[in-house]
Design a protein around this ligand. Sequence first.
Ligand code: NCD
Ligand code: ZN
Length: 347
Amino acid sequence: MQSITIRRPDDWHLHLRDGAMLEGVIADTSRHFARAIIMPNLVPPVVTTADAKAYRERIVKAVPDDDRFEPLMTLYLTEHTQPDDVEAGKKSGLIHAVKLYPAGATTNSHGGVRDIEKAMPVLERMAKIGLPLCVHGEVTHPEVDIFDREAVFIETVLEPLRRRLPELKITMEHVTTKEGVDYIRSAQSNLAGSITTHHLIINRNAILVGGIKPHYYCLPVAKREHHRLALRAAATSGDPRFFLGTDSAPHVDPAKECSCGCAGIYTSINTLSCLAHVFEDEGALDKLEAFTSLNGPAWYNLPPNEDRVSLVRRDQPLSFPEKIETGDGPVTVFNPMFSLYWDVAIK
Ligand code: NCD
Ligand code: ZN
């Protein structure tokens, strides 16, 4: 197949940051994607509906004039989040999800939840009003190996929470393990998972073999090959419970290339080319649209986009920049370690 036309995609997990970084990265998303679930882990985080409204305005202002892009805002769950504020945010149409970061799990998560008991009133309200909870599904206990943190989270946090509040819709974000995939598949209802582009392409060797490669380091960290294969099978299956959340997470190079580098991989610019390559490899180009453009909106109770994008397979490899320049400094672009041929042609 040389060309495929799909409904315009959405990104169900995206970090846009703020200020000069926001201005530097927004076009790479708005060029291809109609909507994105915007992560609230700014410094300070987006904790109230008022914060989210102000942040949304800054994003909308940064979108290039020719692009139509709708940021779907989220709130950063804390132990002090007010159920009434969350409900007002949903009712106004501004808030599409609330994000649970276990404290210390990832970039800018120190203000996250330590004791889930304290967040129960908000979670109960969300269950009542049908507002999804997005979870960063990793425990942070020092005794748990970093490669096991997702599996332990499922067992010790997610499953008990789902038993206690079965009406709560939960998105398990950036699933990285076979255990995660199997758990989502086994659920009867109210559980779905997003999968990143990079976790379909790299395993942990990318980070650690032949020298330490900070631009392949993200959280949850990439796992063994059999996990990557499970993610590819899930993403390309057409199962409505799996959809794209790129987790494109820009950090300037000096923040990654140092003795304690930040977690995050920047993929917005070449995500669709990478995904078409992966789906073609799996003989599943016919399932690409479900993953990028149909399953996510269905889960978030939104209509799929009406406009279309075409992906065209070129004869020569495409060239993407190695880095993009932002007002905050250079950001290295994800290198999938194979040539990309699928080009995005906007209708
Ligand atoms: C994200 C970031 O940089 O904000 N980093 C990452 O590695 N994915 C945070 C996150 O989603 O965990
Ligand atoms: Zn993220």
